[in-house]
Design a protein around this ligand. Structure first.
Ligand code: SAH
Length: 234
């Protein structure tokens, strides 16, 4: 009799597979709202291989493979993996796309996108978080991600236009600069609504005349898109 664990036992024991299973269960449960019942193969493989534990502080590492948001300091969070997965699927990106991310935080969402697209341009308001994200991305060899410090509401005009824009902090409405910097046919995914209440995750598409159609996807809770960095802390 073989003492090797079976493939399915190995999968049960691997926390990365358990996380994928949790994401897929939540996608299945919310598919009635989102239209996204399961992970596409490229997104599934990317979520399995980008090491989330490298993007969270040591104190949070034991939860790195739990399907929950975690604190990254400066009163900010790395999003719940289900939300990262859903937003990535909603962006509908391809291998040559150039993607703008507003609210780069830990750099995890940017790293996930970087495996699926040509280039990612991240804007982060808190200089310390941007520096830490840069360091993590460099250490792991994610070379097609650029990060700059600044107010993401202005986008990153030097690198526009973008095929897709992802906003990972909540705003009452889509900042106009982000619409301008999106290509016709481009997708923008963002939590829209009040800063300190639930928001609606929305998927917007820019038409040939420059107008946005907005599709409401799912209620969510994000940290607010701010104009000034929060008070300093660890
Ligand atoms: N995408 C991140 C998590 C986002 S948390 C990740 O994968 O870890 C939201 C982030 O948006 C925080 O890091 C916060 O500092 C940043 N933020 C808030 N307002 C901003 C603004 N106006 N411009 C750019 N970043 C902003």
């Amino acid at each position: 009799m073989s003492t090797e664990p079976s493939a399915s036992a190995r999968r049960r024991d691997d926390p990365r597979d358990a996380l994928i299973a949790a994401i897929e269960a939540q996608l299945a449960a919310t598919a009635g709202f989102t239209g996204c019942a399961r992970l596409s193969l490229p997104v599934r493989e990317t979520l399995r291989t980008v090491p989330r534990e490298a993007f969270v502080p040591a104190s949070e590492r034991k939860w790195a493979h739990a399907n929950r948001a975690l604190t990254i300091g400066y009163r900010q969070t790395i999003s719940q993996p289900f939300i990262v997965a859903l937003m990535t699927e909603l962006l509908g990106v391809g291998p040559t796309d150039r993607v703008l991310e507003i609210g780069t935080g830990s750099g995890y969402q940017a790293a996930v996108l970087s495996r699926l697209v040509g280039a990612v341009f991240g804007v982060e308001l808190v200089p310390e978080l941007a520096a830490r994200a840069r360091q993590t991305l460099d250490a792991l060899g994610y070379t097609n991600v650029a990060v700059r410090v600044g107010d993401g509401a202005a986008g990153w005009s030097e690198h526009a236009p973008f095929d897709a824009v992802i906003v990972t902090a909540a705003a009452p409405a889509v900042p106009p600069a982000l619409v301008r910097q999106l290509k016709p046919g481009g997708r923008l995914v963002a939590p829209l609504g009040p800063a300190h209440d639930r928001q609606m995750l929305c998927r917007c598409v820019k038409d040939a005349r420059g107008a946005l159609t907005v599709e409401r996807i799912l209620p969510v809770a994000f940290v607010p898109l701010r104009s000034n960095p929060p008070p300093r802390e660890g």
